[in-house]
Design a protein. Structure first.
Length: 753
């Protein structure tokens, strides 16, 4: 209620801006208070945002409303430090030409409050249309659901809701225009991480990090750990950490400072006696907040960041001191919180990300989706299938053998189960097939499933109902009722008992899961090699990379190590992430496929390159056959994966650029989901035109398999060797049989003599 009143007052204050829209203001309840503004502060900032439906709705960002599925919805949130003062729905739709005008309508609800009705006229039938509908901002809260309801008629008597002529197509061009006004926020860490990160905000997190100048390794390590923690909070939204040297940011930001090294705008802050975290207002704008991480030295900064990552639940007031942080137990391999556990079966309840994820309702219920994030090196090639115990409940269908539950994984069909009228709940034991056959011995034509680091399982409950009679002498109609379906939380899926083994290099695994660095969720077996005097774009690349890995594992990189000395780095038994340029003694390594040196770059091309990034390239085709060196003025950057020349089980991933412009190009590409999807193989070249990936050079393996499984794996991936082995085996068996028959014939001759 308080937020609604605040929204109303904010809307009244911005009535001049709202005058251009036909919005009828409602009467304010008595006793409404206005938000307090700090004395002498500037006018509250206002920003406008145009949000298209594809940014809010699941792919493809559009939906069709039908007679038996008449509702569609989008969801959006509002930050706690902002209020929406003006909102407009721009709706693009194409109605069926068979609809009856005026009697067919579109209703718009916001948080179950009717915002308006659009009657479909005869001129609009069968044509693209666009209407603007003002949304009352007083009903916009922290979390909002905008619902579209289609009421369609195609004849006056005996209508069938399942008739194919009942539809309205909602176009991708539909959008929301929102005007946000900033609210004053107290310097109080009890709401941390707000306002620096707000879970209500669905947009990618952009959080500048400010230093007094070029930071040393200790300060970089503190910033990297904090960026990875903010990545765990941002999760699927995305994250970006632009770096500033001794500059005031224009938005909420993090500032790192010690008693001896601090930005100029913090020179009046008193010195601290230990690790300290403080929230202060921007010197020029009280609506912008700064999170100041301070200490006597770099060790204090690292301890303060560790306190933020593991003890922020205790934060309160404008300033806290982090007295002590200790790790009670070490992390174990593959224990990332966002990954499916591989040491025991997991229940679906553990995999949920919001409370009502495993249930749906409607005449045709929405599909139930569940994400499965797996370690990329999980070895499933010779597995007969993944065991899953599925328990579900549903509204019984009217007719037998007409309704079913279909299970798909990564858009590939797995299996279907009939929904029986006499049964309301069921338990099924099935395997997710990996070899094309089901586990019950039936010869089912099921395609082999390809599991990756990111997987989505979908459950579709499909109902067939008798809605109207087909007899011509009378018309029987039925009132449609919603069906309710639930996948039980106690359903389990079991990935335990599988080994970890995969071929490398694989940049797709790095982009999608941070592998091989994410093998340890805290990156305790990762060493990051940085430039001795990093530029802001290079630091941004470091922070973005660790933030992205944190968003994929769900745990901050508290164990990561930074170094600017390759001589020490090459002696460390760790996976290495390079930022900037290659060390001198690696530039002549034949296994490296790309080299950046000023404006000169060189690339090796394989014998044959597959057009599909996910295809398995034979070792012979991946061998380099040419090397080309190019000099050009425009920037270029590359992502390179290679085996460590010093430890055979370790990998090197290098984020390379020829200059700061190239590094900025790489940072921009890694923020773009489309360009990230194009990264694969062992090298990805980033230019202004896009990303090009190659699989070139030697293949190596990480993980462990017993020798007999390695032999089977080699034979399975090299059919030629399998044919040779089969031929040799046939010859050996024939020789043994021949010798046995000769011995037998000799004994028979000798016995007769």
């Amino acid at each position: 209620m308080i937020r609604l009143l605040t929204c109303f007052i904010a809307a009244m204050f911005s009535m001049n801006a709202m005058a251009q829209l036909p919005v009828t203001p409602l009467t304010a309840p008595p006793g409404t208070a206005t938000p307090e503004t700090p004395p002498g502060s500037p006018t509250a900032p206002v920003r406008d945002m145009h949000v298209a439906f594809p940014q809010l709705a699941p792919p493809p960002g559009t939906f069709v409303l039908r007679g038996i599925a008449p509702e569609g919805q989008i969801e959006f949130g509002v930050r706690s430090d902002e209020v929406v003062t003006q909102a407009t729905l721009n709706l693009q739709f194409t109605p069926s030409p068979s609809l009856i005008p005026v009697e067919s309508q579109l209703k718009v609800y916001l948080n179950d409050q009717l915002m308006g009705v659009t009657a479909i006229s005869a001129e609009q039938l069968g044509k693209p249309n666009q209407v603007q509908l003002p949304i009352d901002p007083r009903y916009i809260t922290d979390f909002n659901r905008l619902r579209l309801v289609f009421i369609g008629h195609y004849q006056h008597l005996c209508e069938n809701p399942a008739n194919s002529s009942l539809w309205v197509d909602i176009g991708k061009g539909s959008s929301l225009d929102l005007r946000y006004q900033k609210l004053p926020v107290d310097n109080d860490l009890s709401h941390f991480p707000e306002p620096f990160f707000d879970a209500r905000d669905n947009q990618p997190l952009t959080l500048p990090m400010v230093f007094a100048g070029q930071p040393d390794l200790g300060m970089q390590q503190a910033a990297a750990k904090l960026a990875s923690w903010f990545g765990t909070q941002a999760q699927w939204r995305g994250q970006h950490f632009p770096v500033l040297y001794n500059q005031l940011p224009t938005r909420h930001a993090v500032v790192f400072a010690t008693n001896d090294q601090r930005p100029g705008f913090l020179r009046d802050l008193p010195p601290v006696n230990g690790p300290t975290v403080e929230m202060i207002s921007h010197p020029d704008n009280p609506y912008v907040k700064l999170l100041v991480v301070m200490g006597r030295n770099d060790q204090d900064l690292v301890q303060a960041v560790t306190g933020i990552a593991q003890g922020n639940i205790l934060f309160r007031g404008p300033q806290v001191a982090v007295n002590k942080v200790e790790q009670l137990a070490p992390r174990q391999p593959y224990d990332a919180p966002f990954w499916v556990r591989t040491d025991r079966p997991m229940t679906f309840g553990e995999l949920k990300t919001y409370p009502e994820q495993l249930q749906a309702d409607g005449i045709q219920p929405y599909p139930i989706a569940l994400s499965l994030n797996l370690p990329p090196d999980l070895f499933l090639i010779r597995s007969s299938g993944i065991t899953m115990q599925l328990k579900y409940r549903y509204t019984p269908p009217e007719l037998a053998n007409t309704s079913r539950l279909s299970v798909t994984l990564n858009n590939q069909f797995v299996r279907a189960f009939s929904l029986q009228p006499s049964t309301r709940d069921s338990t099924q034991l099935l395997r997710l097939p990996l070899l094309g056959l089901s586990d019950d011995g039936q010869k089912l034509s099921i395609p082999a499933l390809k599991l990756g680091a990111l997987n989505q399982m979908r459950f579709d409950f499909e109902y067939a109902s008798l809605l109207s009679s087909s007899r011509t002498d009378r018309c029987e109609t039925f009132t449609t009722v919603n069906n309710h379906v639930v996948i039980d939380d106690s359903s389990t899926i079991d990935f335990s008992g599988y080994r970890h083994f995969m071929s490398m290099p694989d940049l797709r695994a790095f982009i999608n899961a941070g592998f091989p660095f994410s093998r340890m969720a805290d990156l305790s077996e990762t060493l990051v090699l940085v430039a001795p005097q990093p530029q802001p774009v290079q630091l941004t690349a470091l922070l973005d990379a660790l933030g992205r890995i944190g968003s994929q594992t769900g745990y901050p990189a508290l164990g990561v190590t930074l170094s600017d000395d390759w001589a020490k780095a090459k002696q460390t038994d760790a996976d290495i992430l390079m930022i900037g340029t290659l060390p001198t003694d690696l530039r002549g390594d034949k296994s490296l496929s790309l080299l950046m040196d000023a404006t000169q770059s060189s690339v090796t091309q394989p014998r044959r390159q597959s057009p599909l990034p996910d295809s398995n390239t034979p070792a012979g085709d991946a061998q380099p056959t040419s090397r080309t060196t190019i000099t050009a003025a425009d920037p270029v950057a590359a992502l390179v994966g290679v085996q460590s020349p010093y430890h055979e089980q370790r990998s090197i991933v290098a984020i390379l650029a020829d200059n700061t412009a190239g590094q900025a190009l790489m940072n921009e590409a890694l923020q773009d989901s489309g360009k990230r999807a194009a990264i694969s193989g062992s090298v990805a070249v980033v230019r202004a035109s896009g990303v090009s990936s190659l699989r070139v050079g030697d293949v190596y393996f990480v993980g462990h398999l017993p020798w007999w499984e390695q032999a089977w794996n080699q034979l399975a991936t090299h059919p030629g060797w399998l044919a040779v082995m089969a031929a040799v085996l046939v010859v050996l068996v024939a020789l043994l049989l021949w010798r046995a028959l000769r011995l037998l014939s000799r004994r028979r001759v000798n016995s007769e003599e």
